[in-house]
Design a protein around this ligand. Sequence first.
Ligand SMILES: Cc1cn([C@H]2C[C@H](O)[C@@H](COP(=O)(O)OP(=O)(O)O[C@H]3O[C@@H](C)C(=O)[C@@H](O)[C@H]3O)O2)c(=O)[nH]c1=O
Length: 178
Amino acid sequence: MLNNIENINGILKLSFSPFYDLRGNLLKIYQKETFKNIFKDIEEIYISSSKKAVIRGLHFQIGKKAQDKYIYCISGALLDISVDLRPDGNFGNICVEELKGGDPIILGIPGTFAHGVIILEENTTFMNMSPTPYSPGDERGIRWDSLGIKIPFQHPIVSEKDNSLPPLDLVLKGLKNL
Ligand SMILES: Cc1cn([C@H]2C[C@H](O)[C@@H](COP(=O)(O)OP(=O)(O)O[C@H]3O[C@@H](C)C(=O)[C@@H](O)[C@H]3O)O2)c(=O)[nH]c1=O
């Protein structure tokens, strides 16, 4: 059951209460009717698994393809990173939230934010639910090492695509001039 919604500079932190009994617990993280004013209808769900020291992102989709993301950490631990790209919001503000596997928490990242993750433990798995489809042609990104965030390991594992993304200052400048 959803029991609290916190707004952290535009990121929604949803806290749930699992149902406990002697066998363990049951955690419901999506129910269309209850969440109709929070979630838009979910279009896609994926589960992403990573080794320790993986960094994914940061990514966002532009225009009508802007993609809200609802992130739940199933196992391990990660730092969830988002950058506010709203022209009328806290433009350029960086939000870092730690998620641990099984924590009854979902982060709601609006499509107007860039999003990435830093994987802190082996076998970290998270789930993302999105109301807008993945659209690779509309995807843009920000290079992971341009945010000024301290990376807690020496040799991060990063995809070729993510290593060739532009730095934060260039992306912000480009968006400002739109
Ligand atoms: C994200 C995504 C990827 N794919 C495919 C494309 C590619 O072949 C393979 C891996 O894609 P990527 O390298 O882009 O995956 P990844 O770097 O994990 O991308 C993800 O990063 C995190 C931080 C996010 O916020 C997500 O929205 C998404 O952008 O999966 C889909 O088919 N649908 C999807 O929704």
